[in-house]
Ligand binder design. Structure first.
Ligand SMILES: [Zn+2]
Ligand SMILES: [Zn+2]
Length: 350
């Protein structure tokens, strides 16, 4: 009697554990050894060095691609393939600079493409011509993106905020800027829009408040003016740029401007995935920085100090201190100014 009761209980416990396991493993994706939900909205800020490429998976698994990197090493194709995607329902080539469209011809050739948006401007580069050739090869007529237009993506509303005008000196200001809404959450993608375009967006009186901002022009001081940032008022910001890039992106005045916003930078964190269930936003990063405390994980804090030993470590050191003994520094200078010395195994002397 007692035995069978015990058996019954353990069967029930087993069933609960088993079904919980199925439940959890059934709704987690795993691109870089770290799990994130595979439901809802998933925005992948792909680490493509000094360039932009953003893959968006909608709640019903439709896919949108914004830009396609600088290099021709298949970084974008490989990432898309790793998610077993073969159709891109919406593709946006924000503007003709090579750091946004280099793999676009390959993307167009390889995948089934739905709508293709680009600004109405041409460029004399080979990269741009390759993209146009690929489009005509597949009989795709691009849609000229303009402020005031909107389109539906996987049941979600996507507004085009820029370009507002037809003629600009800088190609960056032709950037297609969009805002995607999923329930209570809004994501703004600023491409390389500069201050002039930001002003025009503000003047257009469009509502631009968003939870997540893809910072304009790789964190350059040409963009993210205080007025624009104030109107967007994001909780999270993502900067896509490469390590030791020749432009010095992100510029320090922009990092300073973003100091009260959880900021994630691809050059430090690798690919960044931000998910939304229509109410809550979560951030997942490729490189293993702690993300429990999102402020600390903001990639501005690149060095990790051990409060007990007064040594500072690189973020990928194999002997990092425990969570409770950590202090984060933005730079070696900051660590040393507080009396910390380098952990010799992970900090190379320059
Ligand atoms: Zn760019
Ligand atoms: Zn550009």
């Amino acid at each position: 009697m007692i035995k069978s009761k015990g058996l019954k209980v353990s069967v029930i416990i087993f069933a609960i554990i088993f079904s919980t396991l199925i439940f959890f493993t059934g709704c987690l994706s795993d691109v870089f050894g770290k799990s994130y939900p595979d439901t809802g909205l998933r925005v992948h800020y792909i680490d493509v060095g000094q360039a932009d490429s953003i893959l968006i998976q909608g709640p019903n698994n439709k896919n949108m691609l914004i830009d396609a990197g600088e290099t021709k090493d298949n970084a974008v194709l490989n990432y898309i393939d790793s998610l077993n995607i073969n159709r891109l329902d919406v593709v946006i080539a924000t503007h003709p600079h090579s750091d946004h469209i280099s793999e676009m011809d390959d993307v167009i050739k390889k995948y089934d493409i739905g709508e293709f948006y680009m600004p109405k401007v041409s460029h004399s580069s080979k990269t741009f011509e390759n993209m146009l050739d690929a489009l005509s090869e597949k009989n795709i007529s691009p849609i000229a993106a303009k402020a005031g237009m909107s389109f539906e993506f996987d049941g979600l509303n996507c507004e085009i905020l820029a370009p507002v005008n037809d003629n600009y000196e800088s190609l960056n200001n032709y950037s297609v800027v969009i805002r995607l809404t999923y329930g209570e959450n809004k994501f703004l993608f600023a491409a390389d829009a500069e201050e002039l375009s930001e002003k025009e967006i503000l003047n257009s009186a469009a509502d631009i408040h968003s939870d997540v901002l893809k910072v304009g022009h790789h964190g350059s001081s040409t963009s993210t003016s205080s007025e624009f940032l104030k109107a967007v008022n994001p909780t999270y910001a993502v900067i896509s740029c490469g390590e030791n890039n020749e432009y010095g992106h992100p510029h320090k005045e922009i990092i300073e401007r973003l100091k009260n916003i959880n900021t994630y930078i691809t050059k430090d964190l690798g690919t960044i995935v931000i998910t939304s269930d229509s109410k809550n936003i979560n951030v997942y990063t490729e490189n293993n920085l702690p993300i429990q405390n999102k402020k600390e994980a903001g990639s501005i804090q690149t060095y990790i100090g051990n409060i007990n030993t007064k040594k500072y470590h690189s973020k990928d050191c194999s002997s990092l201190p425990g969570e409770g003994n950590r202090i984060y520094f933005k730079s070696i200078e900051e660590a040393e100014s507080q009396g910390y010395t380098a952990h010799k195994n992970c900090i190379k002397s320059y």
